[in-house]
Ligand binder design. Structure first.
Ligand code: BES
Ligand code: MN
Ligand code: ZN
Length: 501
């Protein structure tokens, strides 16, 4: 969707949207439209459940004495409780309403909200950002465009604001973040015959045009480095495994080392020889969601020219059963030198991350590492689709992530890591096994496994995003499908704490 800002209030045809506050308080433009239509706006609120509450809206069709075809009145809730996220949700509601409505353009009157902590230009910019995020669709594989009610028609949004220049300026970097989110959503939504390790590496290479340095390691180089854990996962696939390093250096070299993000990129997870049941296996095309988030994050940081030295590393493999696949019981040697008994070939993500995490520390001496992975079904049992699981050796980093998650509505919930859980992955014949004992605390034992590859002194956080990378029910700014979870969260982490001025 293309978005523009204007202070021209005379664009009054087609689809319009105005805002109302809780208690049927109308914005300035809504008030004017109410007068013009002989009280139809108030009456619509009177006769519906949309009384200005957050998330509630009502539409007037062919409003009297107006050129407009349709007028949406969207609720913002209480003015003094209006946040940036609330503005985004309101924009998302407008875009969501008109997305498949048949209309191709909507004009939104983002009047300043009296009594709100958020300024006029900021409000307009975040309404636009929320609308943009919600306007996304992954429809490239439909060949018939016209004859379906569910096909997207909305292509343009005009945001009317008193200070279009300031709003446009505030929107500029938000748009770059959205581009990162969209890249993640695209990559996550693509099927596994299109996105496999080498083609996903190509998607990383494309970031070079933004100034990201991209280095791709194939199986030969990984074998030289001793990455037996990652390579073991990919050895059953006809596709060559890849490890991609993306580096964005937007800061004068500090002495602290880059902020570093590592992603699980299993482009399809059949489970391997420990094969998954057929029902729902198609979902495992998005088992590269961690890698997708890291790639989208790098695009967002480079796109908005963030003043930070950031590294993104993604381990890309396809987990297949075949005559060359690894077997349950195999022992592999990781790049760290530690040996792993592979009890279950379906617990493959941790094997990929083990080598990617070790490599990240060896090569970059990072200031911190955050890894993202669709790692365990157990995290969905624990947290559903509302929070990602957070596992960390560092209270400061954890608190920063929790706060960023609340602000961006990409929430995290911290779980414990302790010696007692760590013991559960001890093996009879190797340094560790890749699953815990008795299937208990599955998300924690997975995180304990990762922690065995983190050096003392490296602040580290692991985000288990198995419940948040994909959604079957749309929300304020996120349509169904790949969510892009992680891009906004980590962009804010960087912006709030690790970016030069
Ligand atoms: N990719 C899966 C986890 C997953 C499940 C992601 C559902 C998204 C939705 C992971 O590789 C896996 O298979 N984990 C196993 C671990 C078990 C074998 C210890 C699981 O969660 O069942
Ligand atoms: Mn698996
Ligand atoms: Zn997996």
């Amino acid at each position: 969707m293309r978005i523009s800002f204007t202070d021209d209030r005379d664009q009054l045809s087609g689809a319009l949207a105005v805002f109302a506050l809780k208690g049927k308080m109308l914005s300035q433009t809504a008030e004017a439209f109410d007068a013009r239509t002989g009280g139809a706006v108030r009456r619509a609120m009177e006769t519906s459940r949309a009384k200005g509450d957050k998330g509630k809206s009502v539409e007037l069709l062919a409003p009297a004495n107006m050129d407009a075809d349709r007028l949406l009145v969207a609720g913002l809730g209480d003015a003094d409780a209006l946040t940036i996220a609330g503005a985004q949700a309101a924009g998302g509601a407008v875009a969501g309403h008109y997305k498949t409505s048949g209309q191709d353009q909507v004009t939104v009157f983002a009047d300043p909200i009296e009594g709100a902590a958020i300024g006029a230009a900021e409000f307009a910019a975040h309404v636009a950002y929320g609308a943009l995020l919600k306007s996304y669709s992954f429809d490239k594989y439909f060949t018939k465009k016209s004859d379906s009610n569910s096909r997207v028609t909305l292509k343009r949004m005009v945001v009317v604001t008193d200070d279009p220049k300031a709003a446009k300026k505030a929107f500029e970097s938000l748009e770059k973040i959205a581009e990162g989110v969209f890249l993640t959503r695209d990559l996550v939504s693509e099927p596994a015959n299109i996105i496999y390790p080498e083609s996903l590496a190509d998607a990383c290479r494309a970031l070079a045009s933004l100034g990201v340095e991209v280095d791709v390691l194939g199986e030969e180089r990984m074998a030289e480095l001793g990455m037996g854990a990652l390579l073991g996962v990919g050895q059953g696939s006809a596709r060559e495994s890849q490890l991609v390093v993306m580096e964005w250096n937007g800061a004068k070299s500090g002495k602290k080392g880059p902020v570093t993000f590592v992603g699980k990129g299993v482009t399809f997870d059949t489970g391997g020889i420990s094969i998954k049941p057929a029902a729902g296996m198609e979902m495992m095309k998005w088992d590269m969601g961690g890698a997708g988030a890291v790639i989208g994050l790098m695009k967002a940081l480079a796109g908005r020219k963030a003043k930070v030295h950031a590294v993104g590393i993604v381990g890309l493999v396809e987990n297949m059963p075949s005559s060359t696949a690894q077997r349950p019981g195999d022992v592999v040697t990781s790049m760290s030198g530690q040996t792993i008994e592979v009890i279950n070939t379906d617990a493959e993500g941790r094997l990929v991350l083990a080598d990617a995490l070790h490599y990240a520390q060896e090569r970059f001496k990072p200031q911190f590492i955050v890894d993202l992975a669709t790692l365990t079904g157990a995290i969905i049992t624990s947290l559903g689709n509302e929070y990602a699981g957070l596992f960390s050796n560092d209270d400061t980093l954890s608190a920063q992530l929790a706060k960023a998650g609340e602000a961006e509505n990409e929430k995290v919930w911290r779980f414990p890591l302790t010696d007692a859980y760590d013991k559960m992955i001890n093996s009879q014949i190797a340094d560790m096994k890749n699953v815990g004992t008795g299937g208990k605390a599955g998300s924690i034992t997975a995180a304990q496994f990762l922690q065995r590859f983190i050096r003392r002194g490296t602040p580290w956080a692991h985000l288990d995003i198995a419940g948040t990378a994909w959604t079957d029910s749309e929300s304020a700014t996120v349509p169904k499908g790949g969510t892009g979870y992680g891009v906004r969260l980590l962009n804010r982490l960087v912006a709030d704490h690790y970016e030069g001025k």
